[in-house]
Design a protein around this ligand. Sequence first.
Ligand code: GDD
Ligand code: MN
Length: 370
Amino acid sequence: MLTTISVVVPTYNEKENLEELVSRIRVACDHAGIDSEVVIVDDNSPDGTGAFAEELARTNKIRIVRRVGKLGLSSAVVEGFAASSGSIIIIMDADLSHPPEKIPEMVSILESGEAEVVVGSRYVKGGSVENWPLTRRLISKGATLLARRLTKVRDPMSGFLALKRSVIEGVKLDPVGYKIGLEILVKGKYSKVFEVPIRFSNRKAGKSKLGGGEYLRYTDHVIRLYEYRKPWLAKYLKFAAIGGLGALINTAILWTANEIFFVYYLWAAVLAFCVAVTSNYALNRWWTYRSKGSVPRQYSQFLIVSVLGLGLNLALLWAIVDQAMPALHIARDRASVYLVIANLIAIFAVSIFNFVANSFWTFRAETRRI
Ligand code: GDD
Ligand code: MN
């Protein structure tokens, strides 16, 4: 039986690479008895890649999706999926960094049922990258490390993948950023993934479109994927990180107001509390809950929760120091660390209280979406 595969290739200014790419894909697939179509998703490249693709389509099996402007790599791939028809999908770059000659091997692994996703990998035995400068190698390794707990794949950044269509059918893929492969590895429906070694060559012509902003966007993407996997843990960690920052802000304001501006220390403490609560609220609204709700309502609720939390903190501290410790015969000697430990326990408990109260009251509309 002849397998039909769709090779989805996003392009932006790749006119000079396209002909060689298409012909190498065809030769490799023809040799292996694979029926292939190339799906080119072009974002109205100024160099005329789109028109050139139309020309190539006269003599090759090519589908072209032309979009109005540069809308991004991941969304291009997602549109390519929709326009493709094969039961097996390959994703690859147009710049000849990914060797088309590897496609038959990847397809045969899918067909044998050994895996539903195959990654063209630089970081398994036999894989390599062609003379990358040290900085790009380090960045690539760092990025890979960030994704460690999301997937066991050694090269989750790879842009060269083969998959069965069933892996992405009915899956809502977030088309942000550059890492559509990572998105598929995290959200796709598959049980086994296999990595085949590739040599990643430098692009033959044209320039990389990966700019500085991509690193930030990548970090954001990875955080979103962790949230997808463990929504509550991720939200709590964000909430706690913001709380930690709030404690620093609180301390800085208290010190400045009292030591520099001679504000009575209890008033300084009230001021410090208010500023920290405000910044905590703003950061949680924007980062933890990504909320667009009414600020006055949320802010007053957040303030109430924080005041209750402060009260709870004192009550817990009292319960531990004055009730639990004597009952357990823990004596507080001079300069002991018990008070600090008691306070840390209280702070942890209060952070959970604040988190739960804000999640289910202040930001309940956002929480319902989890
Ligand atoms: N349609 C469309 N729209 N295509 C795009 C866009 C876009 O906005 N941006 C980039 N492309 C196309 C390029 O034309 C190329 O075919 C492919 O996407 C990859 O772009 P490059 O600019 O060559 O990316 P890179 O070499 O820096 O990154 C590649 O290697 C990384 C591994 O280090 C990509 O494969 C990454 O996904 C991969 O992580
Ligand atoms: Mn490239």
